[in-house]
Design a protein. Structure first.
Length: 345
């Protein structure tokens, strides 16, 4: 039992379960799932679908943070991805053709892969601080997206493109399967190969890793490229959901949600050891919290304060110092009760 409690994802999982139980108590319909035409509907299903873009971004952010870095440009990269994809579809004479959709998605993710590689070049090769290097693309990315769409919100009407975020497969939202695929691929690459161990080694001590023969520059470069690629797919899902390329709104502040999800999952911002399972739990925690805010009818101006308060509670529950203090307090109370009992006897 002690080993389970000490596991890094135990307390994040407890926080998520507590949040789900709170929703279930406040609105019993939260846990209900209905079936219509072979498709599942309900709050939990919506949670799985709506968390897909954040899940992709957070997985990439986990890899970057594991190398002792940070990527502030993921929201802007999402905007670029949606702008590229929808511009290609809108300019095509056959927007409904699967070939057009495949081409649009492929070009968009290649562009975002290049954007991520650019961040990696600045950090790994030129030695620029990650927060500064990615801040460049964070500021310029949305401008690039606006240039691609000529400063307008590009809209399309394409059923195959819409299917990616709003369609269903085997009863579940297709976006959920995209999340599962991304999680499986990241787990296989980072936990079933030596790359994960090397990533942790670079994050713990880049200089020592380099002296030990680890190609830290390539690993860091690859981490940012992967983050750009995953953010590109997230941008596809986002634009597919609203069927428009809104360069200002796409991925707005998602980098903060992604960092928060990674930290809530138990990954340290200091780099080194990371938890993919913890990130998945963190993403669902953030998405459930947003759903809770909407249900409670919290006014928009108060939403950031409410969310910050809940996050502080969740982080405090995961604090080792707080847990040790609580255990000592419980031990003192038990000891005091024992002494009182002995005196009474």
């Amino acid at each position: 039992m002690k080993n389970i409690v000490k596991h890094r994802v135990f307390w994040p999982a407890v926080a998520l379960v507590a949040l789900l139980m709170l929703n279930a108590i406040a609105r019993p319909s939260f846990l209900s799932i209905t079936v219509q035409d072979g498709e599942l509907y309900g709050s939990l299903i919506s949670l799985l679908r709506n968390s897909a873009p954040l899940m992709l971004v957070a997985l990439g952010m986990t890899i970057v943070i594991a190398t002792r870095g940070i990527d502030l440009s993921v929201g802007a990269v999402m905007a670029v991805s949606g702008a590229v994809a929808l511009t290609i579809i809108a300019d095509s004479p056959t927007p409904e053709a699967p070939g057009t959709i495949a081409t649009a998605v492929a070009v968009a993710v290649v562009v975002t892969l290049i954007a991520g590689a650019w961040n990696g070049f600045l950090v790994a090769v030129l030695g620029i601080q990650p927060i500064i290097a990615t801040l460049v693309l964070m500021l310029a990315g949305r401008g690039i997206a606006l240039l691609i769409t000529n400063g307008e919100i590009t809209t399309v009407n394409s059923a195959p493109y819409k299917f990616m975020s709003q369609g269903y497969l085997l009863g579940f939202p297709f976006a959920f399967f995209v999340s599962i695929a991304a999680i499986v691929i990241v787990v296989l690459v980072q936990r079933r190969t030596a790359l994960g161990m090397l990533t942790e080694a670079v994050g713990i001590n880049p200089e020592a890793s380099r002296l030990a023969g680890v190609r830290s520059r390539g690993i860091i470069w690859g981490a940012y490229a992967a983050s750009g690629l995953l953010a590109g797919f997230a941008g596809i899902l986002y634009s597919s959901n609203i069927m428009a390329a809104d360069s200002n709104a796409a991925g707005n502040l998602i980098e903060l949600d992604a960092i928060l999800a990674v930290v809530l999952g138990g990954t340290s911002l200091m780099g080194g050891k990371f938890s993919i399972a913890g990130t998945v739990i963190g993403v669902f925690t953030i998405q459930t919290l947003k759903s809770t805010i909407v249900f409670l009818g919290v006014p928009s101006p108060v939403t950031p304060v409410f969310m910050a308060a809940v996050v502080i509670v969740v982080v405090a529950v995961q604090s080792p110092l707080l847990r040790r203090t609580a255990l000592r307090a419980v031990g003192s109370i038990r000891g005091s009760n024992s002494n009182t009992t002995e005196v009474a006897k």
